[in-house]
Design a protein around this ligand. Sequence first.
Ligand SMILES: Nc1ncnc2c1ncn2[C@@H]1O[C@H](COP(=O)(O)OP(=O)(O)OP(=O)(O)O)[C@@H](O)[C@H]1O
Ligand SMILES: O=C(O)c1cc(-c2cccc(F)c2)nc2ccccc12
Ligand SMILES: [Mg+2]
Length: 273
Amino acid sequence: RSSSSSRHWSLSDFDIGRILGKGKFGRAYLAREKNTGFICALKVMFKAELQESKIEKQLRREVEIQTHLRHPHILRLYGYFHDEKRVYLILEYASEGEMYKLLQKQKTFSEPVAAKYIAQMASALEYLHAKHVIHRDIKPENLLLNANGDLKIADFGWSVHAPNSRRRTLCGTLDYLPPEMVEGRDHNASVDLWSLGVLMYEFLVGVPPFEDINSHKATYRRIAKVDLHVPPYVSRHASDLITRLLQYDGADRLPLDEVLKHPWILKHIPNPR
Ligand SMILES: Nc1ncnc2c1ncn2[C@@H]1O[C@H](COP(=O)(O)OP(=O)(O)OP(=O)(O)O)[C@@H](O)[C@H]1O
Ligand SMILES: O=C(O)c1cc(-c2cccc(F)c2)nc2ccccc12
Ligand SMILES: [Mg+2]
């Protein structure tokens, strides 16, 4: 019996269901493998579009990295295949969809709910960093939720093997990027610690800490200055953890094993991991 990722798949192996969502390049569909009835998400991308945007190499790296990852809070990539016009990724199905939409609907999460997600993130990042993989694009848009309401890190399009000096121009929001990346300097796994702090702040406050809706430049300046203001309604322990992650120098950011032992996490999650 060949493992799912080495087997040669084709579109005729699947019944295709409803569309799950559209991304920049990808459309994801609910799908069922015909022989086993296994439910998955099939992400379909057009080769022409991938070539135009020159992200073929990034996609191959994403696939190479994600196929080898096995963690309860990292979305599984079971395999992939391509035909003349399209590339297909066979992904774990996350039935509760995007964290981003849940946060938008609820505005903020309670501290116990936020602590559950931050503990799941810390555990997944600990696993990634042990494999010298940095995600570099942690944000609510790239987190999915499964039927149990558990978080799944998706979208490894920006992940690389650490350490790294980015070559590709950044696109999308700056909100989650640490000073060393907005300043184009070398960076390492501690960039994910910064993003974890930004994510925690956004879960509790409803907006990212350095957002300036008027200008990129203003956001850039606020990040570089670590211009952080935690509102008074955020508990002392939560505010302490956010501050320990949003440190200018990557070496000063609280390591993941300390995050998982922080009083704010232990208060809500007795045995994290
Ligand atoms: N495994 C999955 N389970 C459930 N829904 C999914 C899954 N993968 C993708 N989706 C849905 O499809 C949408 C588009 O997929 P995805 O974000 O991976 O495309 P993309 O090309 O990365 O787009 P972008 O880069 O803009 O996020 C997601 O926002 C999500 O709503
Ligand atoms: O025609 C190809 O050989 C091809 C293969 C793949 C590909 C193959 C496996 C994994 C993966 F992520 C991507 N991506 C492409 C993107 C643009 C144009 C052509 C291709
Ligand atoms: Mg996406």
